[in-house]
Design a protein around this ligand. Structure first.
Ligand code: CA
Length: 469
C-alpha cells in the first residue's frame, strides 16, 4: 500500500490512500523466462534430480501447465514467436543466425498502446536492438555468466557480478521505479541461465559435490528404431562435442570404459547445469519476495517458463532442437491470485505461440487478427473452450550440430516427425504406450491408416498456419 497524489483539493483533506491495485484496472505482468531450463529439472514438475522451491511457489499459488510446447525448439526463434504470436516463417526468425525485424508488431508494442510501461531485462538474443520497450537492459548475444556487459537503453556498460543476480537486480530496480507510476507494467525478465557453458556462481559451486545425479531412464537408448537423423546428431553426452561445451570441466580420467566416460561427463554436465538453476531459483524468489513486500502480489501476473526444453542425458543427449518430448516441452507456471486457483494444473495443449494472445487478453487488448496464437486465459481460469486445439505443428529450420530441418505433428496421443533435411524419413511414436519415445513405429504395417490420418492432419495444420513447404 502506498499513497498516491489525487490532486490539490484532496491533499488538503484528511490523509487518503489508495493502493496501486485499486488504481489499476489492468494487471501487471512479469514474464520470467530462463534459457534451456527443462521442465524435468523443476520440482513442481516432479524432477528426480533437483529442487526448485522458489519456482515451485508459482505452482503452489497458481497453475501448472502440463502440456506446453515450443514450436521451434531453439533460443532466438522461440523468443521471436513469443514476441509476435506468430510462427517463425511469418516473424522471420527461422534460426539463431537471423536478425529479428524490430519494425513489426509485437506484444510489448501492443501493450504500450493501452498504457503499459514495458521493459526487457536480460537475454534478448535477437541481434537487432529491442523495440517496443520503454526500458531495455540486455546482454549482447548469449552474454557472459561472470561480469557481463549489458546494453542499457542502447549503451554498453560493464557490470561486476554474476549474471543471474545482476539481471534480477536490474529488473527489481526498474520495478521499484514503477511504484510511483499509475500505469500497469509488463516486464520481460529473461535469464541467461542455465544455458551452456553452465558456469555456476561461488555460492552454489560445491552443491552436489558429495552425491551423484541419477541417470535418466533413457540414458542408454540405442536409437535402434530411429531414422539416421539422431545418428548424425553431434550433441551426445560424452562424445565428440567434449571440446566445445565441456572442456572447462577438465580431462576425462584415463582408463575408463566408454560407458564410464559417458557417465563421468554426465555428472560434470548435470551438476553444473543444476547449480546454475539453483541460483536462478534463488533469484526468482527475490522477485516474488519483492512483489509481496511492495504489496503488488495480488495484481501482478507472474509467469515462469523457459525458451524451450532440454535433454538432460535423455536418449544419451544434451541440448534441444529435436521434436522429442524433453526438448519440445516448456515449463509453464502462472500465478495470479485474483483469478487463477492456487495449486491448479491444466493438461490442455498450449504453446509459446499462445503467450502473446493470452497476455493481451489479460490486458483487455483486442487480439489482432494476424496473430496466430490463441489466448488460454479461460484455461488458466479452469474452463477449457470446446474447440480448443488437440494438436500442435512443430517446425525446426536451422541445420546445426548435425540436427537438420524437420517438422511434425503432436496430438494428445501420437507424434509424427518428418526429417526433411537429407530426406531422412519419418518417425512415429505412440506416447500412450511409449512415453519415452524409444520405439519408432512408423514402419509397423498396422499403422498405415493412422499414418495417413496424421499426415492429413499435418497438412491441415500447415494450411492453417500458412506454411508453404
Ligand atoms: Ca534456449
Amino acid at each position: 500500500m502506498k499513497p498516491i497524489c489525487l490532486g490539490v483539493a484532496v491533499l488538503s483533506l484528511a490523509p487518503f490512500t489508495m493502493s496501486k491495485e485499486q488504481v489499476q484496472e489492468k494487471p501487471n505482468i512479469i514474464f520470467i523466462m530462463s534459457d534451456d531450463h527443462a521442465a524435468h529439472a523443476v520440482s513442481a514438475y516432479g524432477s528426480k534430480i533437483n529442487k526448485t522451491p522458489n519456482i515451485d511457489r508459482l505452482a503452489k499459488d497458481g497453475m501448472r501447465f502440463d502440456n506446453c510446447f515450443c514450436l521451434n525448439s531453439i533460443c532466438s526463434p522461440s523468443r521471436a514467436i513469443i514476441l509476435t504470436g506468430k510462427y517463425s516463417h511469418i516473424n522471420g526468425v527461422m534460426g539463431n543466425r537471423t536478425e529479428f525485424d524490430g519494425s513489426q508488431q509485437t506484444l510489448p508494442k501492443l501493450l504500450q498502446q493501452v498504457g503499459y510501461q514495458t521493459a526487457i531485462v536480460g537475454k534478448w538474443h535477437l541481434k537487432s536492438a529491442p523495440t517496443g520497450f520503454h526500458y531495455s537492459n540486455v546482454l549482447p548475444g548469449q552474454g557472459e555468466y561472470h561480469n557481463p556487459i549489458m546494453i542499457e537503453n542502447g549503451k554498453r556498460k560493464k557490470n561486476e557480478g554474476y549474471v543471474t543476480d545482476l539481471i534480477t537486480d536490474r529488473a527489481i530496480t526498474w520495478l521499484k521505479k514503477q511504484e510511483t507510476s499509475e500505469s500497469p507494467f509488463f516486464l520481460m525478465l529473461h535469464h541467461k541461465a542455465p544455458h551452456a557453458n553452465w558456469e555456476p556462481d561461488e555460492k552454489h559451486m560445491t552443491m552436489y559435490s558429495e552425491e551423484d545425479i541419477p541417470l535418466p531412464e533413457t540414458f542408454n537408448d540405442d536409437h535402434k528404431t530411429r531414422t539416421a537423423q539422431i545418428k548424425n546428431h553431434r550433441l551426445k553426452v560424452g562424445q565428440k562435442q567434449w571440446d566445445l561445451h565441456f572442456k572447462r570441466f577438465g580431462k576425462i580420467p584415463e582408463g575408463m570404459t566408454e560407458q564410464e566416460k559417458r557417465e563421468w561427463v554426465y555428472q560434470k554436465y548435470m551438476k553444473n547445469y543444476l547449480r546454475c538453476i539453483a541460483s536462478l531459483d534463488d533469484n526468482v524468489g527475490r522477485v516474488l519476495d519483492y512483489l509481496e513486500e511492495s504489496g503488488q502480489s495480488e495484481n501482478t501476473i507472474v509467469v515462469y517458463t523457459s525458451d524451450q526444453g532440454f535433454f538432460l542425458g535423455d536418449h544419451g543427449l544434451y541440448d534441444k532442437r529435436f521434436m522429442y518430448e524433453h526438448s519440445l516441452r516448456m515449463p509453464l507456471l502462472i500465478r495470479y491470485p485474483k483469478e487463477i486457483a492456487a495449486g491448479s494444473s491444466a493438461d490442455s495443449m498450449v504453446s509459446n505461440l499462445d503467450f502473446a494472445s493470452t497476455f493481451l487478453d489479460y490486458a483487455q487488448v483486442p487480439i489482432p487478427k494476424d496473430i496466430q496464437g490463441e489466448s488460454f486465459k479461460s484455461i488458466a481460469h479452469g474452463s477449457i473452450p470446446e474447440d480448443w486445439k488437440t494438436s500442435i505443428y512443430y517446425r525446426f529450420y536451422e541445420e546445426s550440430f548435425g540436427v537438420g530441418e524437420h517438422e511434425g505433428i503432436r496430438t494428445e496421443r501420437y507424434k509424427l516427425i518428418h526429417f526433411l533435411y537429407g530426406d531422412m524419413g519419418w518417425e512415429l511414436y505412440d506416447l500412450s504406450k511409449d512415453p519415452n519415445e524409444l520405439n519408432n513405429v512408423y514402419r509397423t504395417p498396422e499403422n498405415k491408416y493412422l499414418i495417413e490420418d496424421l499426415k492429413e492432419q499435418l497438412s491441415v495444420l500447415k494450411a492453417k498456419y500458412q506454411v508453404e513447404m
